[in-house]
Design a protein around this ligand. Structure first.
Ligand code: CP
Length: 336
């Protein structure tokens, strides 16, 4: 569909930034990206990490850009991380949630976005409960759109920050064995990780109750493991997911206690691992259900480094969509 400010959406895509990386206008998922594109985004995040360690955490990379953060679902990490990324790159930002906005009076997503466009915005970061909402919006407005999580579909910047954290730890994603444990069926994080990890040459397995493993997932090139002990034996990385109770329409598990007993990632289980294994979790965690505190706070955990990397990854995505290139990121952050 064509929309106009200075041209059509397709024109904006064709002319979209990302410095020759070919990302186009928007980031709505990792499924369509190549391993080379994903690695280039991670490379771009590397120089941006240092900005958050400075006394004055601000560079003029996005000065003059206006970014709207539209969050129609709750968020702590993603929302704050985008906001820090935007502010540290000197963009002007506003936050709009479902409650307190005219969405509560029945205004549609597109009408909301078009009214924002009329105020001359440059980018929209959107979290929405419906799968496909980010792509739907991206096709209808000329601003860059970044998906901050859409229903059960994708959460691409979460996937990118996870890949960066694994790459930091092991030096490369190629051949790394990552097992995603838990509620795969309802998880947009699982989908983004599966696409991203496979594209970058990692091996991927999933493990969880049969009721929470999507039918036919093996066709993506993913191995299904039925026991968490098997997952721990196989993996270099355990990626633990919470049960998405808010997206469950039926009783997928007998009880939380039973789930913890069978699939919970505990110290006792990790101590039997045949080799070093690291643990990631996208948050929010339900301690004592999918992960025990000994693990979340223990030597296996890369959970807080994930959160730290989230800011640098989001800086990189915003910078690239605004027309930056991986090669110039180091110079850009120094104000060149
Ligand atoms: N990982 C993640 O998306 O967390 P939030 O829901 O707190 O943003």
């Amino acid at each position: 569909m064509s929309v106009s400010r200075e041209g059509s959406t397709s024109a904006a895509r064709a002319n979209g930034g990302s410095g020759g990386l070919g990302l186009g206008k928007d980031l709505t998922g990792l499924e369509s990206l190549t391993g080379a594109q994903i690695e280039a985004i991670l490379d771009t995040a590397e120089p941006f990490k240092e900005i958050s360690e400075r006394r004055i955490k601000k560079v003029p990379v996005l000065r003059g850009k206006t970014i709207v953060n539209l969050f129609f679902e709750p968020s702590t990490r993603t929302r704050i991380s985008f906001e820090f990324a935007e502010k540290r790159l000197s963009a002007d930002t506003v936050y709009i949630g479902a409650s307190g906005s005219s969405v509560q009076k029945g205004e549609s997503l597109v009408d909301t976005a078009r009214n924002l466009e009329a105020m001359r915005i440059d980018m929209v970061v959107i979290r929405h409960g419906s799968s496909g909402a980010a792509a739907f919006l991206a096709d209808r407005i000329p601003s860059n759109v970044v998906n901050a999580g859409d229903g059960q579909h994708e959460h691409p910047t979460q996937g990118l920050l996870d890949l960066l954290t694994i790459r930091d730890r092991f030096g490369s994603l190629v051949g790394r064995r990552v097992c995603i444990v838990g509620d795969i069926l309802h998880s947009r994080v699982a989908r983004s990780n599966i696409w991203g990890l496979l594209a970058c040459g990692a091996e991927v397995a999933v493990c969880g109750p049969k009721t929470l493993i999507p039918l036919g997932i093996e066709e993506l090139g993913v191995t299904v493991l039925s026991r968490v002990e098997e997952a721990i034996e196989w993996a270099d990385v355990l990626y633990v997911l919470r049960l998405q109770l808010e997206r469950m329409s039926a009783g997928f598990i007998p009880s939380l206690r039973e789930y913890n007993r069978v699939f919970g990632v505990s110290r006792a289980r990790l101590e039997r691992a045949p080799r070093e294994v690291v643990v990631l979790h996208p948050g929010p965690m339900n301690r004592g259900v999918e992960i025990d505190s000994d693990v979340a706070d223990g030597p296996w955990s890369l959970i807080l480094p994930q959160v730290t990397n989230g800011v640098a990854v989001r800086m990189a995505v915003l910078y690239l969509l605004a027309g930056g290139s991986p090669e110039l990121a180091e110079a850009a952050k120094e104000g060149a």
